[in-house]
Design a protein around this ligand. Sequence first.
Ligand SMILES: [Zn+2]
Length: 123
Amino acid sequence: MVQPPNPYAPPTAYGMAPGTTYPCARCGQYGADYFPAGQPPMHRACAALGPDTLAWPWLLLAYSVVVPLGCTFVGAVLASIPYYVWRGKYPQRARTYNRHVWIGFALSCVLWGGLYAIGTFRR
Ligand SMILES: [Zn+2]
């Protein structure tokens, strides 16, 4: 899925250089921290959005979906659904969450691979 280029996107993916802030489309104050695709930047508060952070129960969900499904992409794809839901309005949350999905995927490969190896050697 390719997103249309956002002319108001921040210059770097990980935080902006100090002093380079954008004015908010709602209140006019500088320091806008929300960059909706195709729209001028806003404060997250002005856009009625919560903080762009990930609550820890989501991590439990990610791992409990990915790990039992083992080293298959089914678990990774299922667990990635919230990532696609959040990507537009909560980019930081989506990124953090997605990182944990792949950590869980790697863990499950090690875990299930190890179980398989033990089973193979015992025969
Ligand atoms: Zn504002």
